[in-house]
Design a protein around this ligand. Structure first.
Ligand code: NAI
Length: 501
């Protein structure tokens, strides 16, 4: 197998669509000769033109010299048939997502390439081992999963199938680095790493909206402002398209044998059936005009007529009393009419009222997990007094913060989604999909998460994370929320979450 650092390294690319073009561009930029083949000669020609104009644009932006761009462009070649791949050191397949077609291409490639040539697939959903079935030498078959748009997305998953050799993995990892990507090694599994790990963020948000706890715009605002996500889950669903993210959810749910952790919600299917696919149809969770969302309901609680005022605390809660002091909110003894504040972790408002023997009509729960500098989430039990809640909203709004008021739910919105993302990260580590560090890297780079899921456990606190999940499981009675053993053991032993097994 040729070293990926060889100056004369040649990469074959089958399929010159969106992904093939991007792979050719980053290969050529890394000094690798990229030979593109597509069934459609027109597609291959268009790809070469597209790659050339992208290099020219980099020169215009001052990001590349004219001479380097010319060199890179000259490294992108078009082949008229697969026979041109005879001297390739590796071939990446990026064709239509159909197993039979992919198998046929791999079988044809094996007849053409040299014994040391790696055969990789860029598939997002087909098991690599199942593509490798078409090959005699399965040890050189692996996944090399890039993300769209390739030049902007630094992550590449190097996927180890049942019979992939260590040499193949090491060479593809080096090749990925030469293409200026950040490679992570992943075990062949449904959705691989990023598409599997990304399930929690959106499916839990869908679930929360389905239960009428909060609206999509409220959930999006909470996840952006309090947990640092660049996009809310519904904005993300609309961007990727319901016709893309629903099948991925289904593949992962089926692939993990209906583990309830991966279950999506009925509203996901309802949007799909209604043809509200997101930005591409100008209608999804939000409506769009000219590519911009329009008519988005405000996530901010309107309590204009309410006056700020003092509050009582449901129980001796140091964190809540420190928070109120920091914001200059007056704390008084319960006078029988004032709002009563509590800051539950995991528990819903109903359970908090019972636990603290507080009047549920005047109890207002505040979510203290996450960033509270921009937005504060308030939650009340059924039958709560709206005027009392509005007084609390006005009190916090007077400190310059936005307020979102939601219905009763264990773990509010933010705790619930964060704990599910974190727990799924722990599950990926538990089943050895990748190393804990690679899991964090992949989720940060592949999905733009502010921190990896295991880093998120540490951020919200291992014990908080376990408490939120246990409360969710206890209150809903659903195994969906069961904490992973990875999390429970490290919590019980007070160990850092990245501690290997
Ligand atoms: P695309 O539809 O843009 O391009 C596919 C190209 O393959 C077309 O130009 C088509 O003419 C060509 N093709 C089809 N059958 C062929 C064959 N037998 N031999 C040679 N060429 C053939 O598709 P895209 O989006 O580039 O996806 C390609 C692969 O990459 C798929 O496996 C997909 O799952 C995967 N992928 C796609 C991502 C995306 O966001 N588009 C992200 C990551 C992976």
């Amino acid at each position: 197998m040729k070293s990926a650092s060889a100056p004369d390294y040649i990469l074959g690319i089958v399929g010159a669509g969106a992904m093939g073009q991007g792979i050719a561009q980053v290969a050529a930029a890394g000094g690798i000769t990229a030979i593109l083949f597509d069934l459609s000669a027109e597609a291959a020609g268009t790809a070469k033109q597209a790659v050339s104009s992208r290099f020219h644009r980099l020169v215009e932006k001052g990001k590349m010299s004219g001479a380097d761009a010319q060199m890179a462009i000259s490294r992108v070649q078009i082949a008229g048939s697969l026979e041109a791949f005879a001297h390739c050191d590796a071939v990446v397949e990026a064709i239509v997502e159909k197993i039979d077609v992919k198998r046929a291409v791999f079988s044809d490639l094996e007849k053409v390439v040299s014994a040391g040539c790696i055969l990789a697939s860029n598939t997002s959903s087909i098991p690599i081992s199942s593509i490798a079935q078409a090959c005699t030498h399965k040890n050189r078959v692996a996944g090399l999963h890039f993300f769209n748009p390739v030049p902007l997305m630094r992550l590449v998953e190097v996927i180890r199938a049942a019979e992939t050799s260590e040499e193949t993995i090491a060479t593809l990892t080096a090749l990925g680095k030469r293409m200026t990507r950040t490679p992570v090694t992943v075990t062949d599994s449904p959705g691989f790493l990023v598409n599997m790990g990304g399930r929690a963020y959106t499916t839990e948000a869908l679930r929360i909206a389905h239960e009428q706890v909060a609206s999509p715009s409220q959930i999006d605002a909470i996840m952006r402002d309090c947990h640092g996500f660049k996009m809310g889950p519904f904005e993300l669903l609309d961007l990727t398209g319901i016709d893309v993210n629903l099948p991925v959810s289904t593949i992962v749910y089926e692939g993990y044998l209906h583990d309830p952790r991966f279950k999506t919600a009925p509203n996901h299917w309802a949007m799909f059936h209604a043809g509200r696919l997101g930005r591409k149809t100008n209608a999804g969770w939000y409506d769009y005009e000219g590519g911009k969302p329009v008519g988005v309901p405000s996530p901010d609680h309107e309590a204009a007529s309410a006056e700020p005022g003092p509050v009582a605390l449901a129980a001796g809660d140091d964190a809540l009393s420190a928070f109120c002091n920091e914001l200059g909110v007056d704390i008084i003894q319960d006078d029988g009419t004032c709002p009563i504040l509590a800051a539950p972790v995991g528990l819903d408002a109903t359970g908090t009222a019972l636990d603290t023997e507080s009047d549920p009509r005047r109890l207002v729960c505040v979510d203290l997990i996450g960033d509270r500098t921009r937005r504060i989430t308030l939650m009340t039990a059924p039958g709560a007094d709206a005027a009392t809640r509005d007084r609390v909203a006005a009190t916090f709004a007077a400190t310059g913060r936005k307020v979102t008021a939601i219905r009763d739910s264990p773990g509010f919105v933010g705790q619930r989604i964060a704990a599910m993302v974190a727990n799924l990260g722990c599950y990926m580590a538990e089943i050895g999909l990748a190393s804990p560090q690679d899991i964090d890297t992949a989720m940060r780079l592949g999905l733009n998460y502010p921190r990896g899921p295991l880093e998120l456990v540490e951020h919200i606190g291992t014990s908080n994370c376990a408490t939120i999940l246990e409360a969710l499981q206890g209150i809903t009675g659903e195994d969906r929320y069961r904490p992973t053993q990875w999390l429970s053991r490290r919590e019980a032993l007070n160990l850092p979450i990245h501690t290997p097994s």
